[in-house]
Design a protein around this ligand. Structure first.
Ligand code: ADP
Ligand code: MG
Length: 256
């Protein structure tokens, strides 16, 4: 169905003990759309991203990618049940995730880090996986580092490798969780440039960021979360330049 969103999140809920971290979060993301999530620390942004690919299984709500229910399938006795990690793997491959900390394998070279998932999960031969890794490393302008170990790279370079690794899955959707917040200020720009280039390719992405100027530039839509709910959302410029909600106004004054 052409009108169906790429990603549909409906009534997403998550608690840690008595603490409700996501209180019925709903939004859509269309194919080719770039959506930025902003909000204060602790508002549930990371949990929301991690719930989308079931790294943090939600306790309620529904996530669909291309119409397919993520993380759950019909149980034998009616109702539905949570998928096993093996069942989830092909769905997770559709969703490339880039974390605040890069989580590269220290004992693998840059090329091996990027080739690992295509080889182990997607079943590419080692040669095919290396070829794909090199193509993705070229995209993030790091082909010349492919034989190095991550420890030899700067934080900005390591994050670009992590982006190449996410791209190597050939995902339908990219999730970024504050991809520049662990970086020294002088390394932020090179990572934002790569994300900007991916946006220009028309990739679908959901990006949690504190870089408000970047969100204004790259996002079609902005979602402002606070206290586990979406407080305001809309076109990036409307939300960022002319916020309606007092909580969002205060937040923007603090981070600007
Ligand atoms: P954000 O990314 O917006 O800063 P998070 O999604 O990381 O917010 O966290 C939302 C809330 O959930 C916070 O209060 C945080 O302390 C809590 N939280 C996150 N992960 C866990 C966890 N694994 N166990 C308990 N509480 C958690
Ligand atoms: Mg977070």
């Amino acid at each position: 169905m052409a009108s169906e969103p790429l990603l549909s999140v409906r009534g997403l809920r998550k608690s840690y003990g008595a603490h409700e971290v996501l209180r019925s979060v709903s939004f859509n993301l269309d194919r080719g759309e770039r959506v930025a999530i902003i909000g204060p620390s602790g508002s549930g942004k990371s949990t929301c991203l991690r719930a989308i690919n079931y790294l943090e299984p939600p306790i309620g709500g529904e996530i669909r990618l291309n119409g397919e229910l993520i993380g759950r399938r019909a149980g034998r006795r009616g109702g539905d049940r949570r998928m096993t990690d093996a069942e989830l793997a092909p769905q997770r491959a559709q969703i490339g995730m880039v974390f605040q900390l890069f989580h590269l394998w220290p004992h693998l070279t840059v090329r091996e880090n990027v080739a690992l998932q295509p080889h182990k999960v997607q079943g590419l031969s080692a040669a095919e996986a290396f070829e794909r890794a090199d193509a993705m490393l070229a995209k993030v302008h790091l082909l010349n580092k492919s034989d190095d170990y991550p420890s030899r790279l700067s934080g900005g370079q390591q994050q670009r490798v992590a982006i190449a690794r996410a791209l190597a899955q050939a995902p339908a959707l990219l999730l970024f969780d504050e991809p520049t917040s662990a970086l020294d200020p002088e390394l932020v720009g090179e990572v934002l440039t790569v994300i900007q280039e991916l946006a220009a390719e028309g990739r679908s992405m959901l990006l949690v960021t504190h870089e408000i100027a970047f969100a204004r530039e790259v996002a079609d839509r902005v979602i402002f979360m606070d206290g586990g709910v979406i407080v305001e959302e809309g076109p990036a410029r409307a939300v960022l330049d002319d916020p309606r909600e007092p909580r969002l106004r205060r937040f923007l004054q603090l981070v600007a």
